[in-house]
Ligand binder design. Structure first.
Ligand SMILES: [Zn+2]
Length: 183
């Protein structure tokens, strides 16, 4: 240990694979090293030991579907997506309209009459780029529709105070799936 500066290799008299031993928390074959263990590494509410997904809170924010679309009988123009409110001439509604048209619906279709894929696209976003007609005088634009849920989560986590409050109306706390997995 002394001559190897903390590492040594043991070879059996009869041969066989050598065994590596190290006083440093490092694996000599893979090179993976660990930090010196300290009490806070084992503490859920210390940044060192915390679960990376929930920062040790044990809970994560999840969007509550029923809070976003509480009444499926409504059309989107009438405010079926509570997070957006009723129709106004805005960029987000232009995009929503384009998503609906993509599936052959419009703003006046009651949500309950839409196939699940439409709502999924509205809430979670779309992979395919979407052509959105612009306001008068401007040419069409191609956008990647982000989806309403990612937007709400973004506001809940990083938005200004008022936006966080708004977002909180559509979310609830659930047990962190990562911590649950390790428990
Ligand atoms: Zn966690």
């Amino acid at each position: 240990m002394k001559y190897g500066k903390g590492s040594l290799m043991v070879v059996g008299v009869k041969g066989g694979d050598p065994r590596y031993l190290s006083r440093h928390l490092m694996c000599p074959t893979s090179g993976i090293a660990y930090e010196e263990p300290e009490p806070n590494l084992f503490s859920f509410n210390s940044p060192y030991g915390a679960c990376p997904k929930c920062s040790g809170l044990g809970q994560v924010t999840e969007v509550a579907f029923d809070k976003i679309v509480p009444d499926r009988k409504k059309s989107i123009r009438k405010g079926a997506i509570l997070a957006l409110g009723s129709y106004k001439s805005s960029w987000v509604f232009k995009q929503v309209e384009a998503v609906l048209e993509n599936f052959g619906y419009d703003l006046d279709t009651p949500v309950e009459e839409m196939e699940d894929a439409v709502l999924a696209s509205l809430l979670n976003g779309m992979d395919e780029p979407l052509r959105v007609s612009s306001n008068v005088g401007l040419s069409d634009r191609t956008v990647q529709f982000e989806g309403i849920i990612p937007f709400i989560l973004e506001q809940a986590e990083e938005g200004p105070k008022a936006a966080q409050k708004w977002a909180a109306g559509f979310t609830h706390m659930v047990a962190c799936p990562e911590c649950k997995a390790h428990a």
